[in-house]
Design a binder for this molecule. Structure first.
Ligand code: BTN
Length: 247
């Protein structure tokens, strides 16, 4: 995969922009839209993504994962979250950096990065995927009502070069993505994802609709569902948005 980076001063959302490009013409895998500013950055569901102009990384990458069947699309989530965690661990070796299932990147109990992957499925295969990443890098203060944002600068007191960080992330995503073609590597990726999973094997507080309960994370099911052991001993699998962590 060859990366080609299109840098924009300002755009509504890099995911949206990339989708429009992909709709209009045949965009190649590895095309990246990187914006200094997003005026309507999107998070999961109805959430927005706060990012002060020119302070953080907000970009979207186009993938054409022909080797991933739609039912195994969680693999893409694993690849991208793992790549971010591993790059951040090189920069901050002493910090606890984890993946809060399914794909929030945490430093201790604070969110440093969010991932929004949109898979466009045609028939039995994924036609293309838009991998949107927002990583808080040099922002000193956060103003939105996001519960627990943090930036790398708030931890290191140093500003980081955005272009350099972007290149590191893209290279790491590429490496794990290319490895993931093989089943042996998929098992390894799954293992590494689990080692970095936030609160894995620990008792934590969750919420299902209005109901709060304690449970222990046992791991991740075949299709990326979160496996919890309830107080009663019963094991239950949850898909995204069915259950929420209480931090
Ligand atoms: C989340 O945690 O809710 C996902 C946040 C994803 C934010 C990124 S920033 C770049 C890309 N463009 C968007 O509009 N959203 C993603």
């Amino acid at each position: 995969m060859n990366f080609s980076i299109r840098q924009l001063e300002s755009v509504d959302s890099t995911n949206q922009f990339l989708q429009q490009c992909a709709d209009k013409k045949n965009v190649e895998e590895g095309f990246v839209v990187w914006a200094k500013e997003q005026t309507a950055g999107r998070g999961h569901g109805r959430n927005t993504w706060e990012s002060e102009p020119d302070k953080n990384l907000t970009f979207s990458l186009l993938l054409k994962p022909v080797f991933v069947s739609p039912e195994h699309q969680f693999l893409l989530t694993q690849i991208v979250s793992l790549a971010i965690v591993e790059v951040l661990k090189e920069i901050l070796p002493d910090e606890t950096i984890t993946i809060k299932w399914p794909n929030d990147i945490y430093i201790d109990n604070n969110k440093v990065a969010g991932i929004l992957i949109q898979n466009f499925i045609k028939g039995q295969h994924i036609d293309y995927s838009i991998v949107g990443i927002g990583l808080n890098v040099n922002q000193a203060h956060f103003f939105s009502d996001a519960p627990n944002p943090v930036s790398l600068m708030q931890i290191t007191n140093k500003t980081l070069d955005l272009k350099d960080l972007l290149n590191k992330l893209l290279k790491r995503i590429q490496m794990i993505y290319e490895q993931s073609v093989s089943n042996l590597w998929r098992a390894e990726i799954n293992k590494r994802y689990l080692t970095h999973l936030y609160r894995n094997k620990e008792k934590a507080l969750f919420k299902e609709k209005a109901l709060q309960f304690e449970a222990t994370i046992l791991g991740i099911g075949k299709f990326g569902k979160l496996i919890l052991q309830l107080e009663s001993g019963e094991e239950k699998q949850y898909s995204f948005k069915e259950v929420e962590f209480i931090i």
